[in-house]
Design a protein around this ligand. Structure first.
Ligand code: CP3
Length: 365
């Protein structure tokens, strides 16, 4: 075991020169010098790729997440095609919740749908703690992927307690999160019991991925932006902190991301992240002012910009790289996931452009 300048314990042998722990992506997460700004895209493995749609044509979403050979192939597709600096495990945030005993499905065109929503203390008890034996397919897929990916780092991920609670309480996707907030405000004790249980499941799920060999983890609190900072701090932060701080000694960088979180960026960093994900609403130099100098940032191209003519895309990429220089580490990404209608050729061009512009700057010292 070695300790680096950030005080993080690195896992034995994984920081050999050229290995995943020495990759531009991990170096940027740790705020170390990089040969070029690393880039990957949330939802890079998915509906924008024809080769993905072909595989998924005959396999339901949850089943595809439970077949290691499919998870491996789908995870590798965008790495082969775009030359991104990191892979993200193909799965969904509801996979561990299903493994914990909750009857749910991912309905095409709708998203996760829960058969019996969680609304009472007895419902919370239905969410069982999980171990590796509940998600053997994730363990197996990560192990295969680490071999296939070689020096390219693999990002593991999970949903954060608030975002998971929203699907479970609503019973499906929601624009207002009204039932979720009604429970949160109306029965704080039950709310905290639910989130504590979800934090336990999430922590166990991320530990399985880390033990199997992922090089970093991202905690998605996609819908946290629905809350004020005061409510976020009271109702959500302790539970996200339980997850991220629980991984403090695991030796992998922790990324924390949400949408519409301009007012929450500081608090989300405090939850124990090494990198804070920023959506397109907050420029990266402003974001880093809110997050502080001891964390890297990830983002933040508006996914819709990728649908515009190339000169528009190029100008936005340049702007984001420029503003990202204010941060002590920058991982280029979108402000949210790739839209299904995105032309994959544009993603490939963005990767090449980020590499070209940022390595030219590195040459100049
Ligand atoms: O590319 C695809 O969307 C196809 C595969 C797919 C995923 N999830 C992959 C996924 C599908 C059909 C789903 C269902 C689902 N689950 C949806 C989409 C509903 C639809 O049809 O439009 C949603 C919103 C969920 C819930 C969910 N899953 C959230 C909120 C998140 C966090 C990231 C985010 O987008 O805010 C996920 C994670 C997720 N789903 C990932 C993948 C591959 C991992 C993250 C990543 O690759 O960036």
């Amino acid at each position: 075991m070695t300790t680096d300048t950030t005080g993080t314990v690195a896992r034995d042998g994984d920081s050999r020169p050229g290995g995943p722990a020495d990759s531009p992506f991990i170096r940027a997460c740790r705020r170390r010098p990089v040969p070029h700004t690393p880039v990957w895209f949330m939802r890079q493995a998915g509906r924008s790729l024809p080769e993905y749609r072909e595989i998924r044509a005959s396999v339901p979403m949850l089943e595809s997440c439970r077949r290691p050979e499919l998870v491996t192939e789908i995870t590798l597709q965008p790495v082969r095609r775009h030359g991104v600096d990191a892979a993200i495990l193909f799965s969904d945030i509801v996979v561990p919740v299903a493994a914990a005993g909750i009857d749910l499905d991912i309905v095409p065109g709708t998203g996760p749908v829960v058969a019996e929503p969680i609304r009472t203390a007895a419902d919370v008890e239905r969410i069982r703690p999980i171990t590796r034996d509940d998600v053997p397919y994730v363990d197996e897929a990560v192990r295969q992927l680490v071999v296939e990916l070689g020096d390219t780092p693999l990002i593991g991920f999970a949903g954060a307690p608030f975002t998971l609670a929203s699907y479970l309480v609503e019973g499906g996707p929601s624009r207002t999160h009204a039932k979720t907030k009604a429970l949160m405000y109306g029965d704080p004790e039950l709310w905290h019991a639910l989130c504590a249980r979800l934090a336990e499941v999430t922590l166990a799920f991320l530990r399985v991925q880390i033990e199997a060999g992922v090089s970093a983890v991202q905690l998605f609190d996609s819908w946290a932006g629905a809350l004020s900072e005061a409510d976020y701090r009271r109702f959500v932060l302790p539970h996200s902190t339980a997850v991220l701080s629980g991984l403090a000694g695991a030796g992998v960088p922790r990324i924390h991301f949400g949408v519409g979180t301009a007012e929450l960026l500081g608090a989300m960093g405090e939850a124990g992240a090494d990198v804070v994900g920023v959506d397109w609403r907050t420029p990266l130099d402003v974001a880093t002012g809110r997050i502080g100098p001891d964390k890297a940032v990830q983002g933040n191209l508006d996914p819709c910009v990728l649908l515009a003519p190339w000169p528009v895309v190029e100008a936005e990429v340049r702007r984001i790289l420029e503003q990202g220089r204010a941060a002590p580490g920058h991982v280029f990404n979108l402000g949210h996931g790739v839209l299904p209608e995105t032309d994959p050729e544009v993603l490939t061009r963005v990767v090449a452009l980020v590499h070209e512009l940022s390595s030219r700057r590195a040459d100049q010292g």
